[in-house]
Design a binder for this molecule. Structure first.
Ligand code: GAL
Length: 416
């Protein structure tokens, strides 16, 4: 298991390295897929393109959740040298589309029947003003718990169904000398907890009101105080060295039987698989207790930056490759996500993947599918980052729960 090699990637270095080395028939792809599992998944895409004689100029900017990648992107666009294709999430796509920066993919979308095979929840971000602006590669969801099965068996633990059962399981793991909760202290990782905890405290209506509609009453409610109290409880089960740890290193703690649980999106599964672990045998995945019927989702998409009037051949090839049924299965099996297309046979996915695909489709049709706040699918980056600041400050003991609630209301108000 390796950490993010890009830890050393400073903005200046990234800009210099990329000072357009891309050749005419290359795609230059800016992304943040640098962990072992992520890189393995990306190779599926690279191989697909190299089979079509299209070169790949890699532009990795490490940092889970893509915050650093978006900073580098802004700098590249400002300097008049946007990459050909960029991994992006939710409202970031909309923000760039509003600025008229993205290439129009309508012709390719029509040819590939994207309107029919991509669910409305993803089209909301992949289209802008009637125009397809990105190609969705997957659907991830964030409200998962990853568990080391050997530890659970050893301690006689079964899948916790409620918050109380979950905290009892965390306590049992701690009492037995394990790190109960593997965590990396980075704002986006704490925000990933928050997605699940908000759902588990107040259910889907509360998630909708507070995280999506930004209703000040919901944001300032007693339920929100309970959310922060639970975040504090979770904080109590994290080891002393959590600060700044990359998410994949936290996953490694569960893989290596140092830690019992991790709360993380299903990109964590890519790390387990990359380490040769088998779902159901070596590790378990279950929805965060109290959010079993809901899915907080995010979808990685590739947007093409307009370079002249039309989409270049390489951009078109990339978009088509991303959307092909064979690629969507092959890639998502490795990545831990599920296909963005809803017309594929789930039989090829592993147990966790099949559950995720069914959960996703069921949640989409029953109104239980919610954009992840932590991963840019609930609100634009300005609001997301304002929430990150408060959540992280509270997690690190800067605010008690009451103050955190007040700060959250204020931060959200000021960020809009
Ligand atoms: C998410 C992204 C995933 C994974 C994760 C950690 O935002 O959707 O694909 O890369 O960050 O890096």
């Amino acid at each position: 298991m390796r950490g993010y090699f890009g830890k050393t990637t400073t903005l200046a270095a990234a800009l210099m390295a990329s000072a357009s080395m891309a050749q005419a028939a290359d795609v230059e792809v800016l992304h943040w897929w640098t962990s072992g599992g992520e890189a393995a998944a990306l190779n599926v895409l690279k191989d697909d393109l190299s089979g079509q004689d299209i070169g790949w100029q890699d532009m990795p900017v490490a940092g889970g959740g893509g915050t650093q990648a978006m900073t580098v992107l802004r700098a590249r666009v400002t300097s008049g040298n946007p990459p050909t294709a960029v991994q992006m999430l939710g409202f970031d796509i909309t923000d760039w589309a509003k600025q008229d920066a993205l290439a129009n993919l309508n012709e390719i979308a029509e040819e590939g029947n994207w309107n029919e095979v991509i669910p409305a929840a993803l089209q909301k971000f992949a289209t802008y003003d009637g125009q397809w602006v990105s190609a969705p590669v997957n659907v991830h969801s964030t409200n998962w718990v990853w568990a080391n099965k050997a530890i659970m068996d050893e301690l006689g633990l079964s899948e916790p169904q409620t918050w109380d059962e979950f905290t009892a399981a965390l306590q049992a793991a701690e009492d037995a000398g394990y790190t109960a909760l593997a965590h990396g202290g980075q704002a986006w990782q704490e925000a990933t907890f928050f997605d699940a905890v908000v759902l588990s405290v107040g259910g889907p209506e509360f998630y909708q009101a507070s995280m999506i509609d930004l209703d000040p009453e919901a944001l300032g409610s007693d339920q929100m105080k309970e959310v922060f109290d639970r975040m504090g409880t979770l904080r109590g089960y994290v080891d002393d060295n959590f600060s700044g740890r990359d998410w994949n290193l936290a996953t490694a703690m569960v893989i290596n039987k140092e830690a019992a649980f991790q709360l993380m999106g299903d990109w964590a599964k890519g790390e387990f698989l990359n380490a040769g672990k088998v779902p159901g045998e070596d590790f378990l995945c279950f929805r965060f207790p109290g959010s079993q019927d809901q899915v907080t989702f995010n979808s990685d998409q590739f947007a093409m930056f307009a370079q002249g009037d039309s989409v270049s051949d390489e951009q078109a090839a990339l978009a088509k490759a991303i959307m092909s049924p064979g690629f969507q299965i092959a890639f998502n099996k490795v990545k831990g996500s599920v296909p963005a297309r809803t017309d594929l046979d789930a039989g090829e996915l592993d147990a966790c993947g099949q559950k995720a695909y069914e959960d996703f489709k069921a949640a989409a049709s029953s109104g239980n599918l919610y954009g992840s706040m932590g991963h840019g699918h609930a609100n634009p980056a300005s609001v997301k980052n304002a929430m990150y600041d408060v959540i992280t400050a509270h997690f690190n003991g800067e605010y008690d729960s009451e103050t955190a609630v007040e700060e959250l209301v204020l931060a959200v108000e000021l960020s809009q």
